[in-house]
Design a protein around this ligand. Sequence first.
Ligand code: CA
Length: 367
Amino acid sequence: MPLLRTSAIHTVLLLLLGALSHGCANAPKAMPAPDTLAAAPIASPITAPITSGTSGAAPAAFAQRSYATHPQAAQFIADMVARHGLPRAEVTALLADAKPQQSILDAMSRPAEAKPWRDYRPIFLTRERIDGGVNFWNANAQILADAQQHFGVDSRVVVAIVGVETRYGGNTGKYRVLDALSTLAFDYPKRGEFFRGELEQFLLLTREEHVDARAAKGSYAGAMGQGQFIPSSYRAYAVDFDGDGKRDLWHSERDALGSVANYFKAHGWQAGAPVVQRAHVSGSAYKALLDKGLKPHMPAGDLAKYGVRTDTPIAPNTQVALVELDGADGLEQWVVFNNFYVITRYNRSPLYAMAVHQLSNEIAATR
Ligand SMILES: [Ca+2]
């Protein structure tokens, strides 16, 4: 969930998606949506199986290393003590207990690869995942209705998010968050600073929410629960929606779903507002709009100047952006609205956002 600013994670996810799409019965199916560009899932799910291990170097020795004595650990521990008053001995003991995970590093080191929309869409828009969404919605109808009323976020998008992230909670991740974040904090220099920040957030989170830091599970990037919140997003956006005084994304369905809705609310979701509209283009002037990002940046009334039209008129002063996807029948252009951009605050990939949107509609239509 929370946005990880790393393309590597997305890459991994893409690879995992590929593997999953072929369907391993026991493999985790959740995927985070990979962004091939850059940025990040907010809560990025990465629960996949990371099978592998291409590194030949003494895995046993690697696995037995202690992060408590890592060269960067001293500074990290000192920061935790100075900034947050955490007991030095406690932080040191946690790092000593963290187990390096070579499988995570192997996954991270794979080269980037971007799937086109025509290959990405079928991973999520399946009968199984649509029906799973209907069942999940029915099973949690009251919670979803309450969340929609309280946060102003459409139930369909909340359901689709947990469907894409974790197959409706079926795959929330098997790594200890402590192991995952420590491995990435200290043995993944490319994003080490970011993950040391998430490890810091994790330690604060476990203190605040009275969670056992040695027991909490998540994805290989440290994303937790049905909505796959990384620690910084958990602390910032998770809510205690069942009122028991604790934000528990692992065991409380109300907290989990309320937190996804709150995340969307916080990022500007507009209930009932449009997400996308299919566009048709002529000429090549429209291409200039594709470089301007996913955040609505121009009034719909200007689209015609770029050779872009839609079947249904859009109020001319509505702010929009334009997206092009490589679909099964060729290039597809879509006018996208604020709500589409909001979905990309969960994961920066436009493919992810479109998959969530289309899945949400299919689930709602089937239900
Ligand atoms: Ca709670």
